[in-house]
Design a protein around this ligand. Structure first.
Ligand SMILES: [Zn+2]
Length: 268
């Protein structure tokens, strides 16, 4: 594990330029600041997702926002109470892999005490499949990406009445994976994606959540299914969703808990 500082980041600088829009939306302006917050980034697992590059890019942005960033390439950090007790938010990008009972309990306790958890793609929802308790935290699991890398797919903003999505329009992702997921139907869904018959005709018209927010006890959980490759975040709306979700999830220690349970099934 390394303690990252500004000088370290200078060596990484400008490798992954961030796509900046000239338009600053209201949603971004009303989200909590990261200034002075302690953020733990945990990365690893399947290397095809280039977790180190994702971590470099996001950590550089976090530092620019005034956060204190600690980076670990092992989920063993979840057992280190001196770090966990001084963390506001965990950002995990760890595909597949395993988590021990002690490591899971460290993560679980962190959220129960109000630490947030944010992440994307397989780094949060294709992790530790032997742990149903872990899957209970996230609220959704990747099960397929029909066709693998496909030319394009559409993203629909499901609710604009949220600072994470406010001002964003529907958009298109190109040359990347579209996640088909099994979802907790009580998540508060922020954005969705719909499937065509191009890959599997039996899922034509299926609508699957692409981004959601929820709580695990006192801790905020934010998830976005975009993020197969670092270039995915060159798409303005994808980067906005990720960074706004990170900001929202960073504040659960400091704000009253909301009720985000949003069931979609009711008795007919
Ligand atoms: Zn992927």
């Amino acid at each position: 594990m390394i303690k990252i500082n500004y000088l370290f980041l200078v060596s990484l600088i400008y490798l992954f330029p961030i796509n900046i829009s000239c338009a600053q939306s209201k949603g971004a302006a009303t989200l909590p600041s990261l200034e002075g917050k302690n953020i733990l980034m945990v990365y690893g697992g399947w290397q095809g997702h280039q977790p180190d590059i994702f971590t470099e890019r996001v950590s550089k942005w976090l530092i620019s926002e005034g956060a204190n960033v600690t980076i670990s390439d092992s989920v063993g950090v979840y057992t280190q109470e001196n770090i966990m007790n001084n963390t506001d938010l965990i950002i995990q990008y760890y595909t597949q892999g395993k988590i021990t009972k002690e490591q899971f309990e460290g993560l679980d306790n962190a959220l129960r005490n109000g630490i947030g958890l944010a992440g994307c793609h397989g780094g949060l929802a294709d992790s530790f499949h032997e742990s149903q308790d872990y899957e209970y935290i996230i609220g959704g699991q990747w099960v397929s990406h029909p066709g693998g890398i496909i030319p394009s797919y559409d993203v629909q903003i499901h609710t604009s009445n949220d600072p994470i999505t406010e001002g964003l329009q529907d958009f298109v992702m190109k040359d990347t994976e579209q996640y088909y997921m099994h979802i907790d139907p009580n998540n508060k869904v922020l954005a969705t994606t719909s499937f065509t018959k191009d890959q599997h005709d039996w899922i034509e018209g299926a609508v699957i959540p692409l981004s959601w927010k929820r709580y695990h006890d006192k801790g905020r959980v934010f998830y976005l299914s975009i993020g197969h490759a670092p270039k995915d975040f060159d798409t303005y709306e994808a980067w906005e969703l990720l960074t706004r979700g990170i900001k929202w999830a960073s504040d659960s220690k400091y704000q009253p808990k909301e009720n985000l349970v949003t069931p979609i099934y009711s008795k007919n």
